[in-house]
Design a protein around this ligand. Structure first.
Ligand SMILES: Nc1ncnc2c1ncn2[C@@H]1O[C@H](COP(=O)(O)OP(=O)(O)OP(=O)(O)O)[C@@H](O)[C@H]1O
Ligand SMILES: [Mg+2]
Length: 236
């Protein structure tokens, strides 16, 4: 679904991502892990076209449809079905829930639409109830649902989420995990997720990749995420 080859990225003079080779298989829920500051968000932004890369190739799509997206602008990537839920959610707090949801409509894959698709509210009933409420007045968990709902308006095929469980009450974290699993298994979205919480990753993900100091140091099925790997690369 997504294939990253030889990607390097710099912020000014500092080399942040080193020769990244990484695959996100179709249908997987792939979890990108790593300690703070290792480059996880930077890599997602490179995938989305929000940051320039020094080198590397990004291929997206299936079989004969696979295409080189390395040079495409961010909005073109969205149109191809790549949706992004940023770290910290980035809800517009002064805009209503409805206005936040409508923002995605312009970059939607396929034919333009006038109304927010009804299935968004089947996924997130709470958003229907709160349509007129300002984004900033929602709880953390509701804001996360709004951020995922806004991404779903794009009708994505690949959903990218940066620490969706961050800053959310523990009982709601479980619910967010359920939603991501259902989007992956029932709505058949391929998911790429950054997550540092181990139980969450183990429950939700099918595969893992570990970034350590800007390099991919380990990849595999989530069942292969051993305590040794956790100790070496993830615990602080
Ligand atoms: N705009 C920027 N300019 C310069 N350096 C940056 C910028 N953004 C991030 N960095 C640096 O790049 C490195 C990787 O940051 P990044 O945000 O990708 O890490 P992360 O793995 O997502 O961390 P976290 O788990 O804390 O979210 C860090 O050393 C960070 O300080
Ligand atoms: Mg980050």
């Amino acid at each position: 679904m997504l294939d990253i080859n030889g990607l390097n990225q710099f912020y000014g003079g500092s080399h942040i991502l080193w020769d990244i080779d990484m695959q996100v298989p179709e249908g997987s829920c792939t979890c990108l892990m790593g300690r703070n500051g290792m480059g996880k968000t930077t890599l997602l932004k490179c995938i989305m076209g929000l940051l320039p890369t020094a080198s590397g190739k990004l291929t997206y799509g299936l079989g004969a449809e696979a295409m080189d997206i390395t040079k495409l602008a961010a909005d073109r990537r969205a149109k191809l079905g790549i949706a992004y839920v940023p770290q910290g959610r980035e809800i517009f707090s002064q805009l209503t829930v409805e206005e936040n949801l409508r923002i995605g409509m312009g970059s939607r894959r396929g034919a333009p639409i006038k109304a927010i698709p009804e299935h968004i509210f089947e996924w997130f009933p709470v958003l229907k109830k709160m349509m007129r409420r300002r984004g900033g007045d929602l709880s953390g968990g509701q804001q996360q649902q709004l951020a995922i709902g806004r991404a779903m308006v794009l009708d994505p095929r690949l959903l990218i989420l940066d620490e969706p469980a961050e800053g959310i009450q523990p009982n709601i974290v479980h619910e967010i995990g359920d939603i991501i699993m259902r989007l992956n298994r029932e709505a058949r979205l391929t998911v790429l997720l950054v997550e540092q919480k181990l139980p969450f990753a183990r429950r939700v993900a099918s595969e893992f990749r570990i970034l350590d100091k800007g390099r991919i140091v380990s990849s595999g099925l989530i069942s292969g995420l051993t305590d040794d790997l956790v100790h070496q690369h993830l615990t602080v």
